[in-house]
Design a binder for this molecule. Structure first.
Ligand code: BGC
Length: 366
C-alpha cells in the first residue's frame, strides 16, 4: 500500500476528507489560540541541539533530484545554479534528500557507488560553501517499509534490509565526518508500513551507533513512524544522546495540499479545494501543537522537515496556506523546510529560470 492510499484512508476514517473545495471560506492569518509554550524554543535555545534546530531557520528541500531512482528521472538535475538560487532566495538551510538504496550493492558490505557519492559530495559541498546549513537524509528505501519498488530499482534480500541500512550509514558518516558542523544527518525519511514504532526505534538506534563511531557530536535528525506524523511522536523512543533533533512532516489539510497529485489516490476529486477555513487551520495547527508539547516535555527540539502544496492547488490559496504554515510553525518556536524547491511543489522553475514569487514571498517575505 502506498503512503498516499494509507493517508487517504486515514482521512476518510477521521472524517477529515472534505472533498472538493466548494464552501471553504478562506480566512487569512494566524489562529487566535495561544500556541503551547516550548521550553528552549527558538526564542531562547539552550542546548546545542536546540541551537542547531533553530539555526536551520527557513529551509527548503532539494527534492526530486537525488531521491528519484536516478538523478533526473523526476525532472530535477543538480547544478551550481540551483544552489545559487537557494542562497539568493534567502534560505538558511537545505534538506538534501537521497535514495542511497538504489546506489549501494545488494550484498555485504553494501558498498555505495563511488560515482554516486561524488554527486552527493557536489551537492553537500555546493550548499555548505554557500553558507547554508545542510540536512542530508536517506529517502525512499522502499523495501525497508515494505513498499513496492519504483521503476528502475532493484530488490535486495529481505533478511539484509536493516543491516544494509546501517552499513550505508556507516559509509555516509565516514565520508562526511570532516565536514562542517553545519551538516546534519537525518536517518530515514518517513518510516512507515513494516517500520512499526518498535522496529524503527531499534533500527534508528543501530544506525545512530554506526554514525557515532565516526561522528560523535554531529547533529542527527530522527522522526517518528507513520510518515513522520506528529501523532506518532509519542511512540518515538530516542537513544540517550544530546545531539539529536526530532522531526515531523505536516501536509494537513491533505485534500488541499495534494489535490491533483498523481500519487495520492482519489486526489483528482479534491481539485479546486481552497485554503484556509477555520476547520482547515485547526487541521494545520493541531500537529504543530502536539509537536511543540512533545518537544517541551522531552527537551528535544522539533524541526518541521516538510510541508507544502502541489502545483494544481489554486495559486492564491497556496500562498495563504504557505504563509500561514510558516507563521504557525514559527509562533511555536520551531523552524522548517518547505517541500520543495524546483519541482511540482516548487517555488523555482529550473527550465525557465522563473520564480513563483508569491510563494517565495510567503516563505521568506515580511
Ligand atoms: C516524498 C515525495 C513527495 C512529497 C509530497 C515527500 O516526503 O518523498 O516523494 O512528493 O513528500 O507528497
Amino acid at each position: 500500500m502506498s503512503r498516499w492510499i494509507a493517508i487517504g484512508a486515514l482521512f476518510v476514517l477521521a472524517g477529515c476528507g472534505g472533498g472538493g473545495g466548494g464552501g471553504n471560506s478562506a480566512v487569512v492569518g494566524a489562529s487566535n489560540t495561544t500556541p503551547p509554550v516550548v521550553a528552549g524554543n527558538c526564542n531562547a535555545p539552550a542546548t546545542d541541539a536546540q541551537v542547531m534546530a533553530c539555526s536551520l531557520g527557513r529551509g527548503v528541500n532539494l527534492g526530486n533530484a537525488l531521491d528519484s531512482p536516478q538523478e533526473g528521472d523526476w525532472g530535477v538535475t543538480l547544478s551550481d545554479t540551483l544552489f545559487d538560487k537557494i542562497k539568493e532566495a534567502g534560505f538558511d538551510s537545505a534538506r538534501l534528500t537521497v535514495r542511497w538504496s538504489n546506489h549501494a550493492a545488494a550484498t555485504s558490505p553494501y558498498t555505495i557507488d563511488p560515482a554516486f557519492f561524488q554527486r552527493v559530495d557536489f551537492a553537500v559541498d555546493g550548499l555548505l560553501s554557500r553558507g547554508l546549513y545542510v540536512v542530508l537524509d536517506m529517502h525512499h528505501y522502499r523495501q525497508l517499509d515494505g513498499d513496492t519498488l519504483d521503476a528502475g530499482e532493484f530488490p535486495v534480500a529481505d533478511a539484509v534490509l536493516e543491516d544494509r541500512m546501517v552499513a550505508m550509514w556507516q559509509q555516509i558518516a565516514e565520508r562526511y565526518q570532516g565536514r562542517s558542523a553545519k551538516l546534519a544527518f537525518e536517518l530515514y525519511n518517513e518510516p512507515h508500513g513494516r517500520q512499526t514504532a518498535a522496529k524503527w526505534n531499534a533500527l534508528a538506534a543501530r544506525a545512530l551507533t554506526a554514525v557515532r563511531a565516526s561522528n560523535p557530536e554531529r547533529m542527527v535528525v530522527i522522526g517518528p513512524v507513520q510518515w513522520n506524523s506528529a501523532s506518532a511522536l509519542s511512540g518515538l523512543s530516542l537513544p540517550a544522546d544530546s545531539h539529536l533533533i526530532a522531526t515531523i512532516h505536516n501536509y494537513e489539510p491533505f485534500t488541499f495540499t495534494h489535490q491533483g497529485a498523481s500519487w495520492a489516490t482519489g486526489s483528482s476529486a479534491w481539485l479546486g479545494t481552497v485554503c484556509c477555513s477555520a476547520t482547515q487551520l485547526a487541521q494545520m495547527t493541531a500537529p504543530l501543537d502536539v509537536a511543540a508539547q512533545w518537544s517541551s516535555a522531552q527537551n528535544v527540539p522539533v524541526w518541521v522537515g516538510e510541508f507544502g502544496s502541489y502545483e494544481q492547488a489554486p495559486a492564491a490559496s497556496r500562498e495563504i496556506y504557505t504563509r500561514t504554515m510558516r507563521d504557525e510553525i514559527e509562533r511555536r518556536g520551531m523552524r522548517w523546510a518547505y517541500w520543495e524547491f524546483a519541482s511540482g511543489f516548487g517555488i523555482y522553475n529550473p527550465t525557465t529560470g522563473q520564480w513563483k514569487d508569491g510563494l517565495r514571498q510567503a516563505l521568506l517575505g515580511q
